[in-house]
Design a protein around this ligand. Structure first.
Ligand code: FE2
Ligand code: FE2
Length: 272
């Protein structure tokens, strides 16, 4: 196995990278525009981004023999912790701080899981988070915060593109893993505002479940992405990759279900 993907994504992500100290105008933040609810929610998003730490431990453990993927995770981890940092710095400008001593209590150790399902879950999760952050970027009450969410959404989309590369490689190397990818994708697509599916919400216990308000994501989604149809762009992007991997067009979750039935004869979704 070569290191082709890592070499390529390293350069791509390096070219696209934004600078914390020069691209975010912390001195232009207007704290008066950010009400208590937004401060509360931002604290939650900031702590949720910290979960990249626990996910990295899991990746490096469960992808032990995949040096290429673990190399990519070094960049992913760096960028996700940067998301945590930019939100923490933003909150500090508002006078909001975290008690460092309380952060270790949030840490989780994820149970070992099948690598291919983890990859698929993260591909779908990055797509969905990019969608949420795009909406938060539109509705955020303060201009610097709107910029931050737009930048974060672009990062999450790029991460999804990286996971897609590893999924393509997995299917090329071992076509037999395709049904597991398709089943996990279908399970991830079946998400709602009330029970949104993201790697930080679906484990037991979950990352978000450790926070002061575990229901903060459904609440924010019902405010900023109401209704069911808003998921269409997420579905479209997931189905596009699943169609590519399966070598057949997919326009709806039903097409995905059909592909699963044909490849394996069992529509039962994989466990998270
Ligand atoms: Fe992130
Ligand atoms: Fe990400």
């Amino acid at each position: 196995m070569g290191t082709v993907i890592y070499d390529d994504v390293f350069i791509r992500l390096e070219r696209a990278r934004w600078q914390l100290s020069s691209d975010i105008h912390f001195d232009e933040i207007d704290p008066a525009l950010v009400n208590d609810q937004w401060r509360f929610d931002l604290r939650h998003i900031c702590l949720t981004e910290l979960s990249a730490l626990y996910a990295t431990e899991m990746f490096i453990r469960d992808f032990y023999a995949d040096i290429d993927f673990c190399s990519f995770i070094s960049v992913w981890f760096y960028e996700e912790m940067k998301h945590h940092l930019v939100l923490r710095k933003y909150l500090e400008q508002l006078g909001e701080t975290f008690d460092e001593a309380e952060l270790p209590a949030l840490r989780l150790t994820f149970a070992p899981g099948p690598a291919i399902e983890t990859l698929t879950m993260h591909y779908c999760g990055e797509q969905r988070l990019a969608h949420w952050y795009t909406a938060f970027g539109i509705h955020a009450p303060e201009p610097v915060l709107r910029t931050i969410f737009k930048i974060l959404a672009a990062d999450e989309l790029r991460h999804a593109a990286c996971y897609a590369k590893y999924l393509r490689r997995a299917v090329t190397n071992n076509p037999a893993c395709l049904p597991d990818i398709l089943k996990m994708a279908l399970w991830m697509i079946r998400s709602s505002n009330e029970a949104p599916k993201h790697p930080t919400t679906i484990t037991e216990p979950s990352v978000v479940g450790q926070l002061e308000d575990p229901e903060y994501i459904p609440r924010m989604l019902n405010w900023y992405l109401p209704g069911r149809d808003h998921e269409k762009p997420v579905q479209r992007r997931i189905l596009a990759l699943m169609g590519e991997l399966s070598d057949r067009p997919m326009g709806s979750p039903r097409d995905l279900l059909s592909a699963i039935r044909e490849t394996q004869g069992s529509p039962a979704p994989a466990a998270a």
